[in-house]
Design a protein around this ligand. Structure first.
Ligand code: SAM
Length: 283
């Protein structure tokens, strides 16, 4: 139950690079609310200056969110309107905001979404990998062993996987993806989305890992990694085909790998070709 006499909390998405992506409605809301709760007041201050907005700011970041959420709820209870923003993209998506949204919901405050940029959705929309079902995994653990354990838990996940990663860890992360998930799985790495150096790299995980190792630009700027989901588990005959296909796909073009695997597993070329596509994550 919500109480209309209370204030309102607006959860406002902001640009992930290109300031032209701030929606007209987001701009109007940031201008008209009583207060903006921002992850970094200096960062958001620059955005507000660009749009000539003078609304007061208060900080709400990962280290003060719990306590600051309580202060903001008190103001909302007094009838003030508050906008929540993070440095870039959608608040509460691998960013501060969840504690405040949860506390506001518990206090019966009306919460309004102002949707807009989100790096995960933007990357998924251009990855050319299945989008009908996907699984947002945010940031993997920074340490190798924990990261590999999380990846191994995802090996059989059939939905497309979406990860955030910092530029200085992307090469190690891709190597761990190859060792945990297998190098043949199709993937896409979208960097600097909406910015000057926006680039999308598409290929198998092994190809992306190799590219990350030799191309200094790969790890420059912000990056989202999208990986095709696991193909459906094969029957017994199919298992033999998979055993033949996996190493061949690492070394050979898809058609050639499929033709050889078909001979090894004694299946039709067409069947091996379809399975090779599935293993690479192409629907
Ligand atoms: N809340 C944000 C959102 O809605 O996308 C995500 C914030 S999270 C702290 C930052 C991560 O998002 C980066 O490490 C990167 O993985 C991804 N990211 C943010 N902006 C990006 C961009 N312009 N291009 C590619 N990835 C981006």
């Amino acid at each position: 139950m919500t109480n209309e006499a209370l204030g309102r909390l607006y959860v406002v998405a902001t640009p992930i690079g290109n300031l032209g992506d701030l929606s007209v409605r987001a701009c109007d809301t940031l201008r008209s609310v009583d207060l903006i709760a921002a992850e970094d007041t200096r960062h958001t201050g620059a955005l507000l200056r660009h749009f000539g907005i003078q609304t007061p700011l208060v900080s709400l970041h990962e280290h003060n969110e719990h306590q600051r959420a309580g202060d903001i709820i008190l103001r909302l209870r007094r009838g003030l309107t508050v906008a929540l923003v993070s440095d870039a993209g959608t608040p509460a998506i691998s960013d501060p905001g969840f504690d405040l949204v949860r506390a506001a919901a518990a206090a019966g405050i009306v919460i309004i979404a102002l949707p807009g940029p989100c790096a995960a959705v933007a990357a998924l929309s251009i990855a050319a990998l299945p989008t009908d079902r996907f699984c947002f995994e945010g940031f993997l653990p920074a340490r190798g062993a924990a990261r590999r354990a999380r990846l191994q838990a995802l090996v059989n996940e059939p939905r497309t996987l979406v990860f955030y990663e910092s530029p200085h860890r992307i090469e190690d992360m891709l190597k761990d993806c190859v060792s945990s998930i297998g190098g043949e799985r199709s993937a896409a790495a979208a960097r600097e989305i909406t910015k000057l150096h926006e680039t999308i790299y598409r290929g198998s995980l092994a190809e992306l890992a190799a590219r990350a190792g030799r191309d200094a630009d790969f790890a420059r700027g912000e990056i989202v990694l999208v990986i095709a989901g696991a193909p459906p588990a094969p029957d017994e005959a199919g298992q033999m085909l998979d055993r033949a296909l996996r190493p061949l796909l690492e070394e050979l073009p898809l058609k050639q790998a499929a033709r050889l695997a078909a001979r090894i597993a004694d299946v039709r070329d067409n069947e091996a070709y379809k399975r090779a596509l599935a293993l690479k994550g192409d629907p």
